[in-house]
Design a protein around this ligand. Structure first.
Ligand code: FES
Length: 155
């Protein structure tokens, strides 16, 4: 029985959703790829026009649908192609962190960062950092919790 638990934990691989701005962070991820930089393979990328276009509901939805972590990355301050989208994103993110805590979701599962198109190495570092954090937190049980509450089951 104890061995099964150990095996289950070994087989767990985190699912991390990365919302990347098309103009900077997505290009940074591309550069990491073309530069053959090594980073953990648990990130699923969703390309968005600007980090300011990411509705916080997308992040909550990802977490309640089974993602173990979410990463949002946009252009550095002053570099947003839509001028201030990244600043709106940062403000929303600050509020979202508080909301996640209230909803019982560990806010450390969500990470906000800036990566430019020329920072392939930084992109790889951020993915490593986010993956380490999520692996320390373990599997996200928010999905099971939501199913139990919505399904009327006792937890
Ligand atoms: Fe990159 Fe706005 S265009 S964050």
């Amino acid at each position: 029985m104890a061995d099964e638990t150990v095996n289950t934990n070994r087989e767990w691989e985190p699912k991390i959703i990365a919302f990347l701005c098309n103009w900077c962070s997505y290009a940074g991820a591309d550069l990491a790829g073309t530069g053959r930089l090594q980073y953990p393979p648990y990130v699923r990328v969703i390309r968005v026009p600007c980090s300011g276009r990411i509705n916080p509901i997308y992040i909550i939805k990802a977490l309640t649908d089974g993602a173990d972590g979410v990463m949002v990355s946009g252009c550095h301050p002053g570099d947003c192609h839509y001028l201030s989208g990244n600043m709106y994103a940062r403000r929303r993110f600050t509020v979202l962190k508080k909301l996640l805590t209230t909803a019982g979701i560990d806010p450390d599962r969500v990470h906000f960062t800036w990566v430019s198109a020329s920072e392939g190495g930084r992109f790889a570092d951020v993915v490593r950092e986010v993956t380490e954090k999520v692996m320390k937190l373990g599997p996200n049980r928010t999905c099971e919790y939501a199913e139990n509450v919505l399904g009327g089951n006792r937890i």
